[in-house]
Design a protein around this ligand. Structure first.
Ligand code: FAD
Length: 277
């Protein structure tokens, strides 16, 4: 692959100061020549406005195409329709469409049960205006009853009108290649871009990974645990592991890379430098 399909994921900062810092982070990452940035969305819609503010600030100040993440669980058709109109009016033309997770305490899923219904609704309301990305799970979604059902559910999102997919992060390239092969066998033709999580903090990574079903191979866990509080060694090892993973993905024909930057530029830049050296 030529490295020309890079995207960067950010989460919405809580303050104006945080947004200004994020713009500097994005600017520090221009060396990657990203095609677009995406901005996450909090469970239950708690950061809907912050997602929009962040997207608008990045588009204006950093002059980059931005895709808000939009999750539908707990929402009405009317509220999603209003959000789509706001995005359209703001000149936004990409969306990452998700089901999301039911916030604790919320009982009713709302008008949408699964992301394929959201994708169909976006197409129904706005035609081809938005380029729609959806989530894919090479190691399968933690709630999936089995691998085949999960693949078929992924296919439903593509058939509903998704243009592409970004994967949950993973550390084993074979999981990605096997997923791609299964998708090809099911005649799923959209680009499926691997999501790349730089390793910077073991405790946080272990917590995230347990929650989202991403497997940290034993050898990586053991090495990270052995570094204890030695942040520098964790980072150096993490950069090596993830650079290697990216290289395997590129060599195997991945159609791009989507970096979960965690709003930091240094780890992603270090991986990028390794890939280009
Ligand atoms: P779906 O595709 O709806 O799948 C959810 C589960 O339901 C799966 O087990 C699937 O097999 C099953 N399923 C799907 N369709 C059907 C159907 N029609 N019938 C029966 N079962 C079905 N979360 C956030 O809160 N905010 C974010 O910004 C965010 N960004 C993300 C970005 C990426 C790239 C990824 C990979 C994940 C992101 N998430 C985010 C996490 C995501 O919200 C959770 O993983 C959530 O549990 C599932 O969302 P989904 O869109 O994949 O759901």
């Amino acid at each position: 692959m030529t490295l020309n399909n890079i995207s960067l994921e950010f989460f919405p900062p809580k303050t104006e100061e945080g947004i200004a810092k994020l713009i500097s982070t994005e600017q520090a990452l221009t060396a990657l020549n990203p095609r677009y940035c995406s901005v996450t969305f909090g469970a239950g819609g708690t950061t809907q406005e912050r997602t929009l503010d962040t997207v608008l600030s990045l588009q204006k100040e950093a002059d980059i195409d931005c895709a808000p993440h939009l999750s539908c669980i707990g929402s009405s058709r009317e509220s999603i329709s209003n959000i789509l109109s706001t995005y359209k009016d703001a000149g936004i033309s990409r969306i990452v469409a998700l089901r999301g997770d039911m916030p604790s305490g919320m009982r009713e899923p709302g008008a949408f049960n699964f992301a394929n219904e959201l994708v169909a609704f976006i197409r129904e309301e706005t035609g081809e205006h938005f380029h729609i990305e959806v989530a894919a799970y090479p190691e399968f979604h933690p709630q999936a009853s089995n691998a085949f059902t999960d693949l078929m559910n992924f296919k439903r999102k593509v058939e509903a009108g998704a243009d592409g997919a970004i994967t949950q992060y993973f550390f084993n390239a074979d999981a990605y290649f096997s997923f791609i092969e299964s998708c090809e066998n099911l005649d799923i033709k959209v680009p499926i871009v691997p999501g790349i999580m730089p390793i910077t903090n073991y405790t946080q990574l272990a917590r995230f990974s347990d929650a989202c079903g991403a497997e940290i191979p034993r050898w990586i866990r053991q090495r990270l645990q052995s570094y204890g509080d030695d942040i520098e060694s964790i980072r150096a090892f993490g950069i090596d592991v993830i650079s290697n993973l990216c290289q395997q993905l590129i060599d195997g024909g991945a159609p791009g890379l989507h970096f979960y930057t965690m709003n930091q530029s240094a780890p992603t830049l270090a991986i990028w430098d390794n890939l280009n050296s």
